[in-house]
Write a protein that binds this ligand. Structure first.
Ligand code: GLN
Length: 487
């Protein structure tokens, strides 16, 4: 029998329902697991055991009275350390927020409480979610549970590694250019970036406001659906929140009919590993055998996606990060002697180099001399990228691609080469630029034993369609049932 800590949330909920296990016991199992493996994985930035156990006790009491709160009552969930939980650290993996304790809950945190979930702790990331390897964290480097010498992906590397290593069954992350899907792919688990506006970002520390979305990590597609069900929905505190109808995601999982899958030629060009390409080709054959028609499509502006993303993301990041000024909150330099000094020294001392790089470049592209040449032009090309998708969705229902061009790379391999690092997001950033939903599930392993990710991109608010298509593949293979042995 597989270990309890590798079970899906769905299975654990059944065990709780049958009373073969209490939530306190379950929480203790995960805390024990965290203590056993996290010194090697380094996924957690902080834990609050007492709080988690209290929440678990309250869940057991509710269960005994037959008064469960919601879908995840009694189930542990981990949180990327950019999402606010009242009374807990909110560091964004940055020194500038080292001692900051959140005074309020994000909307998704409130939703988790309302569902009865147990909040387990704060998960590592690249500083302010800037990166693809989690190496930009100011505190620690998270390791890939499949091979500790490799990166877990980023920026939500702590969330992905924690689920992969059996430290939590579910976790939340944020995705601005791929930060849920890319680490999900690197760690061989499921991750979903919802449609822009489906999940409230109130209480998410903003990286690039026109791109950011919060989304779930899980062991399988059914669990993704459970967690998405809990966090999706309108919120008047986020002005970009949409009042869309929220379907019952898991009821729809098994119901969908074969449809047309688009294969975009631009996602299979140079830079794709042979092993990744072969794994994706096998996936395409699988769907064809199962009655799906596959259609070759073109998304002609794809090669602009990385530069356009970086111009827009950096512009928005430079403006969002202006609030960390050492005055209203965040680290204040003890060396500062006047107000200007406070800004310069506090920011200079405590932002990492990637954050500084993006603030400087973002400020540059927004400056009056360059606004037209960079920012305005990038917005125009962004519209072209959106139109590519709109046109493709006239002939296909979903789009299939690799999630990443390669499997996870070695720790240290790309950290001194930002441009190489940025290219890890080649298959994911267009989705953020166009606000569409996309998910990643594992579809194979390389000869070196590292997972390969499969991405499905859908029409806005068609998450259930993506999950049902992915579910078919997942059920027919054992990739979601393979677990790393951490040595
Ligand atoms: N890796 C991308 C970046 O460095 C995406 C980050 C994200 O989605 N938060 O910007």
């Amino acid at each position: 029998m597989e270990e309890l800590f590798f079970k899906s949330a769905e299975d654990l909920l059944q065990m709780l329902a049958k009373k073969s296990l209490s939530s306190v016991e379950l929480t203790q199992i995960f805390l024990k697991r965290i203590k056993a493996v996290d010194p090697k994985i380094q996924a957690f930035l902080s834990l609050d055991e007492e709080r988690s156990l209290q929440q678990a006790k309250a869940s057991d009491e509710r269960r005994a009275k037959g008064k469960l709160l919601g879908l995840l009552d009694g189930i542990p969930v981990g949180m990327k350390d950019v999402i606010a939980e009242k009374g807990q650290p909110l560091t964004c993996a940055s020194k500038i927020l080292e001692h900051y304790i959140s005074p309020y809950d994000a909307t998704v945190t409130e939703s988790l409480y309302r569902s009865g979930a147990i909040l387990m702790g704060r998960l590592n990331l690249d500083e302010f979610a800037m990166g693809s390897s989690t190496e930009n964290s100011a505190y620690q480097k998270t390791h890939n549970p499949w091979n500790l010498a490799y990166i877990p992906g980023g920026s939500s590397g702590g969330s992905a590694a924690a689920v992969c290593a059996g430290e939590v069954p579910l976790a939340l992350g944020s995705d601005t250019g791929g930060s849920i899907r890319q680490p999900a792919a690197c760690c061989g688990i499921a991750g979903l970036k919802p449609t822009y506006g489906l999940v409230s970002r109130y209480g998410l520390s903003a990286l690039a406001s026109s791109l950011d979305q919060i989304g779930p990590f899980a062991r399988n597609v059914t669990d993704l659906g459970l967690l998405l069900q809990v966090i999706a929905g309108y919120d008047e505190r986020d002005s970009t929140s949409c009042n869309a109808e929220i379907p019952n995601y898991n009821q729809l999982l098994k119901k969908q009919q074969p449809c047309r899958i688009g294969i975009p030629k631009e996602y299979f060009s140079e830079g794709i590993d042979l092993e990744v390409r072969q794994a994706i080709e096998n996936v395409i054959k699988f769907y064809e055998k199962n009655g799906y028609s596959t259609v070759d499509i073109s998304l002609p502006h794809t090669h602009y996606a990385i530069p356009v993303y970086h111009v827009i993301m950096m512009a928005e990041a430079s403006s969002n990060l202006a609030r960390f000024d050492g005055i209203r909150y965040s680290h204040r330099s003890p060396k500062a002697t006047n107000a200007t000094d406070i800004y310069f020294k506090s920011r200079g001392e405590s932002f990492g180099s990637e954050v500084k790089r993006r603030i400087i470049l973002g400020t540059y592209v927004l400056s009056s001399n360059h606004l037209e040449a960079y920012y305005v032009r990038a917005q125009k090309v962004r519209t072209r990228i959106c139109e590519d998708f709109a046109k493709a969705f006239e002939t296909v229902d979903v789009i299939l691609s690799p999630t990443t061009p390669t499997t996870a790379f070695k720790l240290g391999e790309k950290i001194n080469d930002p441009l190489q690092m940025y290219l890890s997001d080649i298959c994911t950033v267009s989705v953020n630029l166009s606000g569409l939903p996309a998910l990643s599930i594992p579809c194979g392993f390389s000869k070196a034993g590292l997972p390969i990710g499969l991405q499905f991109i859908g029409k806005a608010f068609h998450e259930s369609e993506l999950m049902s298509i992915a579910y078919l593949f997942e059920k027919a293979h054992d990739f979601a049932l393979r677990f790393p042995s951490i040595t």
